[in-house]
Design a protein around this ligand. Structure first.
Ligand code: C6P
Length: 407
């Protein structure tokens, strides 16, 4: 294992040198989106400065260079999650990846009375596509309960799953609770019932080592912008045999084998699912982000976040007027801390923290059903990443304590 040094890592992130409201910025809104290192910005600039051309459409040198960069980018991102390049589709992000599975696989395989299992801790991106498909097919959506410790209840999943279940679509890492779910066991159970597993990896890919083959999932969705990459680009892993049988999601250039006026045949995956000019510069940035994370080591990122978990969870639990929503066990959770201060609106907490230069998110975090389940309107949410230091999270905790002490 390499030595992990958050201070050194920070030097690559120019925005972290900023001041906000006259205070040093403490950026703790990484669950919404991460900051970008110089290496990612350089890769995007270099593409535009030296190689900009459309891909797989020209014999000229620039097009060849751009195509090679794009193809290598796919290999690199695929390697990061342990799949083959042909099993990785570039999408706009997790939301589009899940919609692709819904409109391509689910729409063509589900019928009235079939069941789609999600969980009570899902982000809207892993709820609404299934509602839409349920309206079109007559399939029903059911939700797995949470355990008392904010875990995903395997007992509940076992009681819901049946021969009617065609899809089990759940998060690997809750963006509200920080819960890391037993994805491997969930996928195994889905397989036992011949159901397709869809794992929402929007929050796990940035924070945990991912091996989709080891996990045994059928689909895995993730976004570059939460893992140091640019916005507007992400990935969908799909088992090759499923991708081969699925119809295209969009039609257009770049995804065809042969086209005539009344008929078209399609390219093999992944091109079959990538109609139109892709986000080429985005892939340059995504690949550079993956290079960065590989160099740091995902085990190191995870270990660093466990250290932060220990500090934050102990202090938040010790604050009388603060309630933390999420597992206490640092081994069963990631570094996302959703909390409320007694009698305070979470937005007011976020505004007071912002006045001290601390960026946190507040609200329902695109998880309204979970909020209803918890009996609250929303929370404030702090979420560190590899460049946040122990001192920064202590500053956040000190200031929160001060705010709460004035209540
Ligand atoms: N959650 C948050 O602040 P996109 O927007 O497609 O990159 O990712 C959607 C998404 C899907 N699943 C989970 C678990 C997520 O956390 C997110 C994005 C952000 O919590 C923005 S709402």
């Amino acid at each position: 294992m390499q030595m992990f040094d958050a201070e050194k890592i920070r030097e690559d992130f120019p925005v972290l040198e900023r001041e906000v409201n006259g205070k040093d910025l403490v950026y703790l809104d990484n669950t919404a989106t991460s900051q970008k290192p110089r290496q990612v910005m350089d890769a995007i600039s270099e593409f535009y400065e030296k190689h900009n051309a459309n891909i797989h459409r020209g014999v000229h040198a620039l097009s060849q260079e751009a195509s090679e960069m794009f193809d290598k980018g796919r290999e690199n991102v695929a390697d990061f999650i342990w799949c083959l390049p042909e099993e990785l589709i570039f999408t706009r992000g997790t939301t589009e990846s899940i919609n692709l599975v819904a409109y391509s696989w689910a729409l063509h395989n589900l019928k009235e009375g079939d069941e789609i299992i999600i969980s009570k801790m899902e982000h809207h991106s892993n709820i609404i596509p299934w509602h839409l498909i349920s309206k079109l097919t007559g399939a029903n959506v059911k939700a797995v309960e949470m355990g008392n410790d904010f875990s995903m209840s395997m007992e509940s999943l076992e009681s819901l799953i049946s021969s009617r279940t065609k899809i089990v679509a759940v998060t690997h890492f809750s963006n509200v609770l920080g819960t890391v779910t037993p994805a491997k066991d969930i996928c195994k159970l889905a397989r036992d019932y011949d159901a397709v597993s869809v794992i929402d990896g929007a929050q796990s890919a940035p924070h945990l080592p991912i091996n989709v083959k080891g996990m045994g999932c059928d689909f895995f969705a993730f976004s570059a912008h939460k893992m140091l990459g640019p916005t507007g680009i992400g990935g969908l892993y799909g088992k090759v045999e499923l991708l081969e049988e699925m119809p295209p999601f969009n039609g257009g250039g770049g995804m065809i084998a042969d086209v005539s006026f009344d008929h078209s045949t399609y390219a093999k995956p992944p091109e079959k699912f990538e109609a139109g000019t892709p986000n080429i510069a985005g892939v340059a940035g995504f690949s550079a982000a993956v290079d960065y994370l590989k160099k740091v080591g995902m085990e190191n990122v995870h270990e660093h976040e466990k250290v932060l978990n220990r500090i934050v969870i102990k202090r938040l639990n010790g604050m009388e007027k603060v309630k933390l929503y999420g597992p206490e066990n640092v081994d069963k959770r990631g570094a996302v801390y959703s909390f409320n201060a007694e009698g305070m609106n979470p937005h007011d907490v976020a505004v007071l923290l912002d006045q001290e230069g601390i960026a946190v998110r507040s609200g329902h975090h695109c998880a309204q059903p979970l909020m209803k389940e918890l009996g609250i309107e929303g929370t404030a949410r702090a979420s560190p990443y590899l460049y946040n230091t122990e001192e920064e999270v202590k500053t956040f905790l000190d200031i929160l304590e001060e705010i709460v002490s004035k209540l």
